[in-house]
Design a protein around this ligand. Structure first.
Ligand SMILES: [Zn+2]
Length: 106
């Protein structure tokens, strides 16, 4: 039997740490995969120029009896066509604090 590979839930990111700050809340700290370039949030082209990154707190669906809280670094990129824009994250709407999986379920 294989352990659950948590990373498959958040494509483009790896789970680098987890902690339980409060009872029933599991906090997972994600890190973008170094092997993948971020994509422009507007034109979706891969962009090598990263301006900065901000960690966003995001709720995902519960895992068993645990609330799942993610800390997701979202980068801003300098796109030659679009200017400075947030990167595209397939499973997270811009500025949203809920994953699409949770939004679809609610
Ligand atoms: Zn662009």
């Amino acid at each position: 039997m294989n352990p659950i590979d948590l990373a498959t839930f958040w494509p483009g990111y790896a789970v680098v740490a987890s902690s339980q700050h409060a009872e029933n809340t599991l906090t997972l700290i994600l890190e973008p995969l170094a092997s993948e370039l971020p994509r422009c949030g507007r034109c979706l082209e891969p962009i090598p120029l990263i301006h900065d990154r901000r960690v966003r707190d995001v709720r995902d669906r519960d895992l068993f009896d645990q609330r799942v809280q993610l800390q997701v670094p979202v980068r801003r990129v300098d796109c030659l066509s679009c200017g400075r824009v947030p990167e595209r994250v397939d499973w997270l709407e811009p500025a949203s604090r809920l994953t699409q999986r949770l939004r679809a379920w609610v």
